[in-house]
Design a protein around this ligand. Structure first.
Ligand code: NAD
Ligand code: TYD
Length: 352
């Protein structure tokens, strides 16, 4: 039985990764370590919390003494590191918390893993889950490959880039077996409604404005979160040591076209007259340092590990909307007082 630590498992992607591992590897024990910040929610894992190969640990990765004690107590064989501050807009107003969690927290985990296994690395692995935003912005053409130079533009992407470098440095300096993946924008169930897609779903359900930054022509490459969780499973079990894999949806959308599609799908599902939701679209002040375009070249993970996305965007988006419509209690719980304050600060308007 392997002891696998997953950090950030109560968050959006982490909860799908925890489920993927707990359900598919009953002979491994999965430890989910999460500080339960505003983005962490144990309700995301209510279906697996009673399983025998699952343990939740509430802890903060920036608390060095606590993390060292946990590594000594449980002697984890492997780490899948997802815990992070993850929202670009929050990184613009509060960069220090991104440095603390994403940089310092990652180094504390690396150091604890090194202290445990240095000189005895056989069968051990540190898997760092990162973002394509470390590569900066593309122009209208081209794709991010695993050798694209890092050029992060936001405090969020700079903190993730820094953490990627530390992981690689621990591999080079201490021989720590590691793997890194850099993924494009995810969407799907349990996504916190600060990000574009769940924010717009929530606002359409509540007849609230849909804030589009700048001219809405910014492009993202969207991947269904369950396909990301499957890719993470493959990279963890079959990925080559000291290697980076790019993961993406080959699915580029301008923000405005995406939000219009969302409006059309939701008008149908809510049985509203065609065009009702689109009237909620409101152009707002642009995000500072807004990256124009992200797009992943995923040929390496496809060729080496046989991974490709399994659902089309229309299918994934439709399933995502259905999930939010069926789980309005979840949505109401996470859009509480703190969220309303965040929303007012970020959008300069009250959410009714
Ligand atoms: P999220 O914000 O939904 O979840 C982050 C989780 O980390 C939460 O459960 C939170 O409680 C926990 N956490 C935060 N600070 C912590 C701390 N100090 N100690 C312990 N736990 C802490 O994020 P997500 O969207 O699920 O992203 C997960 C990872 O994947 C991140 O590393 C992110 O950079 C990366 N990623 C995200 C995307 C995306 O589109 N969301 C794309 C590529 C990569
Ligand atoms: P987001 O979901 O925050 O992901 P990221 O910034 O990590 O790519 O944003 C996706 C795109 O949508 C990005 O170009 C910014 C834009 N956006 C808006 O236009 N309005 C919004 O309210 C939000 C949150 C994002």
């Amino acid at each position: 039985m392997k002891k696998i630590l997953i950090t950030g498992g109560a968050g959006f992607i982490g909860s799908h990764v925890v489920r993927q591992f707990v359900c598919n590897y009953p002979n491994d024990h999965i430890y989910n370590l999460d500080a339960l910040t505003y983005a962490g929610n144990l309700a995301n894992l209510s279906d697996v919390e009673g399983l025998l190969n699952y343990t939740f640990i509430k802890a903060d990765i920036t608390d060095e003494a606590v993390i060292n004690n946990l590594f000594e107590k449980y002697r984890f064989d492997a780490v899948l590191h997802l815990a992070a501050e993850s929202h670009v807009d929050r990184s613009i107003s509060d960069p220090f918390s991104f440095v603390k969690t994403n940089v310092l927290g990652t180094v504390i985990l690396l150091q604890a893993f090194k202290n445990l296994w240095m000189g005895n690395w056989e069968g051990k692995r540190f898997y760092h889950i990162s973002t394509d935003e470390v590569y900066g912005s593309l122009g209208e053409t081209g794709f991010f490959t695993e050798t694209t130079p890092y050029a992060p533009n936001s405090p969020y992407s700079a903190s993730k880039a820094s953490s990627d470098h530390f992981v690689r440095a621990y591999g080079e300096t201490y021989g720590m077996p590691y793997v890194i993946s850099n993924c494009s924008n995810n969407y799907g169930p349990n996504h916190f409604p600060e990000k574009l897609i769940p924010l717009c779903i929530h606002n359409i359900l509540n007849n609230q404005p849909l804030p589009i930054y700048g001219n809405g022509k910014f492009i993202r490459d969207w991947l269904y979160v369950l396909d990301h969780a499957k890719a993470i499973d493959l990279v963890f079990h079959q990925g080559k040591n000291a290697t980076t894999y790019n993961i993406g949806g080959s699915n580029e959308w301008t923000n405005i076209d995406l939000v219009k599609l969302l409006c059309q799908l939701m008008d149908q599902k809510l049985e509203r007259a065609v065009g009702t939701s689109e009237k909620l679209i409101t152009y707002t002040t642009d995000r500072p340092g807004h990256d124009l375009r992200y797009a992943i070249d995923a040929r390496k993970i496809n060729a080496e590990l046989g991974w490709k996305p399994s659902v089309t965007f229309e299918e994934g988006l439709s399933q995502t909307i259905d999930w939010y419509m069926d789980n309005q209690a979840w949505l109401e719980q996470v859009t509480n007082g703190d969220y309303l304050r965040y929303y007012q600060d970020q959008y300069n308007t009250l959410l009714k």
